[in-house]
Design a protein around this ligand. Structure first.
Ligand code: PLP
Length: 459
């Protein structure tokens, strides 16, 4: 008989969380205008808003914090980070930045011009924002399978090579400064990209002499899925897979708040000295001198240690098994979720959860609010509210998918918390027929309305 799985760590420090009552939550969410972003964190029992910067650092990371070097130029912490990036990811040059979108800002300021085209696989929203801000265009070349939540495919983050080649053929070389491959593909539900696909994208890009950059926030989770799902990689270590993955990239941007398991930080890494020199100018202008770029020495130390830990098989296995644990409980309860279960979050398919609610009444937000009222759980809507209005017609854009994302912070909650989350979802799902109406918007900002929107319940 095989023994059950258990986490490869024990707990050294705990943080108290408050278990509120339903009556308190009904009052608080009404006061927050049914917008979960408006809640105070102590009004939330289990916070699954994001896994970005919300993970628990290890004892080793905390001890690295104590020996950070806060020198303005040439700090030892900078060299610790530089060595970790060279050893683990294989890049000779890097620039620290304060987080992932800052890395995008610096890199894109260097290479994206007005009218450019940037193909990729469902660009992350800050990536797309930084492309469109420069009057350039992001073109999504993700495989079609990614858009069907019921379809099982081991690598739903993959790029469709035909779609990609169509774009590369259509535009002149100088219009396409780079191809961005997001690993894992966040916008399609934390879905991985296969090594084969990374290799083929690189070959195709070489044919057209276009550099490939990885948007790498969850690169280690991507490597874990390659090990588990792609033939030929079963016996490779995560660090070997990571090295091979990045061998297919000219450079990368990183939000270290994800797989480097720190609360704040990011970087750009690249092979080209020329690009490094050009990007350094923008880094100094926007972020800070090139040996700290918006990070303190102690944070660079913790990041270097986090890169090493985050690419340990045992650390990844514990994380991904916890996400699967919750996902499988929900599947057992009949709750409709995106399949296969992704790396960092569970996505509830709200249209299949509450088919009786009209799309004009914000289906996913309705489910997210219920999760909070019934269980004190904070997820996030990825649906009509997030999709914003069409900039020209000002009509709501109704996306195909109405999702509620439950993102699991790294090393933060136990599986008892996951049992609790699953029980709350099941309770709401079992009484779903009682829901007659969703929500209406009272007030909204012209763009990025999801952060500040005010809503009310339709009676
Ligand atoms: C989080 C994330 C970003 C942005 O990083 P921040 O650290 O939040 O600025 C960019 N791309 C992907 C894929 C991400 O997950």
């Amino acid at each position: 008989m095989s023994l059950p799985y258990a986490e490869p760590y024990k707990i050294k420090m705990v943080e108290k969380i408050y278990r509120s009552t339903r009556a308190e939550r009904e009052k608080w969410i009404k006061k927050a205008y049914y917008n979960l972003f408006n809640l105070k964190s102590n009004q939330v029992y289990i916070d699954l808003l994001t896994d970005s910067g919300t993970g628990a650092m290890s004892d080793k990371q905390w001890s690295e914090m104590m020996i950070g070097d806060e020198s303005y130029a040439g700090a030892s912490s900078y060299y610790k980070m530089k060595n970790a990036i060279k050893d683990i990811l294989g890049f000779d040059y890097f620039l620290p930045t304060h987080q992932g979108r800052a890395a995008e800002n610096v890199l894109f300021s260097t290479i994206i011009k007005k009218g450019n085209i940037v193909p990729g696989n469902s660009h992350f929203d800050t990536t797309k924002g930084h492309i469109e801000f420069r009057k350039a265009k992001a073109i999504d070349c993700t495989i079609d399978e990614a858009f069907d939540t019921t379809k099982n495919h081991p690598f739903k983050g993959n790029l469709d090579l035909n779609k990609l080649e169509d774009v590369l053929k259509k535009y002149p070389r100088e219009k396409i400064p780079l191809i961005i491959v997001t690993i894992t593909n966040n916008s399609s539900g934390g879905q991985p990209v296969s090594m084969k696909n990374l290799r083929e994208v690189k070959l195709l890009a070489n044919k057209y002499a276009i550099p490939v950059f990885f948007d790498s926030a969850r690169f280690a989770e991507n490597a874990y899925f390659i090990k588990k799902r792609e033939k030929g990689y079963e016996n490779h270590t995560i660090k070997e897979i990571v090295k091979e993955m990045f061998s297919h990239a000219s450079g990368m941007t990183m939000s270290s708040k994800k797989d480097a398991i720190v609360n704040m930080g990011g970087f750009i890494a690249m092979r080209s000295e020329k690009l490094f020199k050009e990007a350094s100018v923008y880094n100094i202008m926007f972020e800070g001198y090139i040996t700290y770029g918006g990070m303190s020495g102690r944070d660079m130390n913790a990041l270097a240690q986090g890169l090493d830990e985050g690419t340990e098989f045992n650390v990844l296995e514990a994380r991904i098994k916890q996400v699967e644990y919750l996902g499988n409980k929900l599947i057992e309860a009949g709750v409709p979720i995106q399949r296969p279960i992704g790396g960092h979050a569970i996505f509830i398919d709200a249209k299949r959860f509450l088919p009786q609610i009209k799309k004009e009444e914000y289906i996913a937000q309705t489910v997210a609010v219920e999760l909070y009222i019934v269980g004190g759980i904070r997820g996030v809507e990825i649906g009509t509210i997030l999709a914003d209005r069409d900039p020209v017609s000002r009509k709501n854009r109704y996306p195909d998918l109405e999702l509620v994302r439950l993102a699991i912070p790294r090393r933060t909650y136990t599986n008892s918390h996951m049992d609790y989350v699953a029980a709350v979802c099941k309770k709401i799902f079992d009484t779903r027929n009682e829901a007659k109406h969703g929500l209406k918007i009272l007030e909204e900002a012209p763009i990025m309305r999801h952060f500040t929107v005010k809503l009310n319940k339709i009676k």
